[in-house]
Design a protein around this ligand. Structure first.
Ligand SMILES: Cc1cc2nc3c(=O)[nH]c(=O)nc-3n(C[C@H](O)[C@H](O)[C@H](O)COP(=O)(O)OP(=O)(O)OC[C@H]3O[C@@H](n4cnc5c(N)ncnc54)[C@H](O)[C@@H]3O)c2cc1C
Length: 436
């Protein structure tokens, strides 16, 4: 049997993690899969702001030999403060740095671009070693995407839109994020509305130069009209990161500009400016910096809900198959677990992709189901419509913070379910810590 020829679409978090674990199987190098990673962006995307790695996600980072590098790259966030228009702190919830209790600020808070870079470098190093031992390793293709994909039962035939090349693979993995084109092509555009469950929330992540009011705490400001701004530290770059969002199901401009993706960043910025110009607090500064920033990422906040993550020889991984939304704090942990379990299942069922995909699904479903269960009333209850509602929210948070009740709730497991499913041992080759 020749080695499996696998195409992974997307080189962010899930894609390079899967490629690395596939190459860590105990098979001889010449029998390890030949992997192609296809990324639409012309270079590795370094944009995106704070993401969380929790529980089993940290175990997987450790298995990749990246724990030290990741911990050295964290943003250093101390916890979350609720602030009002006058920047008065109503409540403060410190991070649990032991990693044992799930708090809103996780044990590992890192910039998305930094984590993606570390995972990509790790995959390159592992690939080079496999190539030295006589295997095919990984081929990376940046700046292209698929515009055709067909399956005939034996193989998957694809066409690269820019390279104008046709290629054939044994398996295709869609790790291309919330707006996955792979999902769209294989499952059909007509079902996308049901698969991508919008939460009525739209927002942008970007960074800005730090100012005197910024600290090592995340500050979370609520404005009436279900609007919110979070500013968060980034110790590594001495910058402050921003998540600015609106909850509104009626304004069709909000999803319309999201559909344009990076083609119309100007329209996305203009719309957010319109929403926030009267919001108060530090909005004036934040709007000014938003207009100027280059690392801007706007999207719909949504969840991907599907009964099955594979169809024939195509399988979905990470946000493409089961995005839980940034509200869950679990997207990256799910992507890491998914990549690990998919590689493990393909190793165990080497010549039977149907069995492998079923095993992957069995392993991941309980974790995904838990991660997608958002707290009751989210996101509306935590983002009131009126000024009075915002006052009540801050007062409730004050009570939780002052009474210590929230810490008790987190200890009792009210946080994200990152340890809900144990990490199985697939006997992948162990990796030493990567030097940075
Ligand atoms: C630019 C960017 C910024 C982000 N910023 C944040 C943030 O600040 N906070 C947060 O909580 N989450 C953010 N996310 C989402 C977060 O990365 C994911 O929730 C999570 O880490 C799961 O990762 P993933 O690899 O499954 O998907 P993603 O991280 O979404 O990665 C998908 C990858 O596929 C590529 N891609 C998309 N379409 C195609 C195509 N047709 N062909 C080839 N490649 C394609 C994308 O460029 C991207 O590299 C961001 C994602 C991206 C892409």
């Amino acid at each position: 049997m020749p080695p499996l020829n696998i195409l992974i679409v997307g080189c962010s978090i899930a894609g390079p993690t899967l490629a690395t674990f596939l190459l860590l199987s105990p098979l001889p190098a010449s029998e390890k899969p030949h992997i192609t990673i296809l990324e639409r962006s012309p270079a590795l995307r370094v944009d995106g702001q704070n993401i969380d790695v929790r529980g089993t996600g940290v175990t997987i980072i450790r298995k990749l030999g990246l724990e030290a590098a990741v911990r050295a790259s964290t943003t250093g966030e101390e916890g979350v403060q609720f602030v009002d228009r006058d920047n008065r702190i109503w409540a403060a919830f410190p991070a649990d740095k032991s990693g044992k209790v799930s708090t809103p600020t996780s044990d590992i808070e890192i910039l998305r671009g930094r984590l993606s870079e570390l995972l990509w470098r790790r995959s390159k190093l592992v690939s080079e070693e496999v190539q030295r031992e006589g295997g095919m390793g990984i081929e990376y293709i940046f700046g292209d995407y698929l515009d055709e994909l067909e399956q005939d039962g034996e193989k998957v035939h694809v066409h690269f839109a820019k390279g104008k090349e046709r290629r054939t693979f044994d398996l295709v993995v869609g790790a291309d994020g919330l707006q996955s084109r792979t999902r769209n092509m294989v499952w059909g555009a007509e079902g996308e509305r049901e698969r991508v469950k919008r939460l009525g929330m739209y927002g942008a992540f970007f960074s800005m130069p730090s100012a005197k009011t910024d600290s090592m705490w995340r500050r979370w400001f609520h404005a009436p009209g279900r609007r919110g701004i979070m500013v968060r530290p980034d110790e590594q770059r001495e910058k402050t990161t921003v998540f600015m969002y609106v909850i509104n199901e009626k304004d069709i401009r909000l999803p319309a500009v999201a559909e344009k993706g990076r083609e119309d960043v100007k329209a996305q910025k203009e719309l957010l400016k319109e929403y926030f110009q009267d919001a108060g607090w530090e909005s004036e500064r934040i709007i000014r910096e938003m207009i100027a920033t280059k690392d801007f990422y706007y999207d719909t906040v949504g969840q991907v809900r599907m009964d099955k993550w594979s169809k024939g020889r195509v399988v979905l991984l990470g946000d493409a198959g089961y995005c839980a939304s940034p509200l869950s704090g679990m997207g990256t942990t799910l992507a890491l677990n998914g990549a690990y379990n998919l590689a493990g299942a393909l190793e165990r069922c080497l010549n039977d992709h149907t069995a492998a995909f079923a095993e992957y699904e069995n392993k991941m479903r309980p974790l995904v189901d838990r991660a997608q269960k958002l707290a009751p009333g989210m996101p509306h209850m935590l983002n009131p419509e009126t000024a009075w509602g915002v006052w009540v929210l801050n007062a409730i948070m004050y009570f939780f913070s002052w009474s210590g009740l929230i810490s008790l709730m987190f200890k009792l497991g009210a946080g994200p379910p990152a340890n809900a499913v144990p990490v199985e041992d697939y006997e992948f080759k162990e990796l030493p810590e990567m030097r940075v």
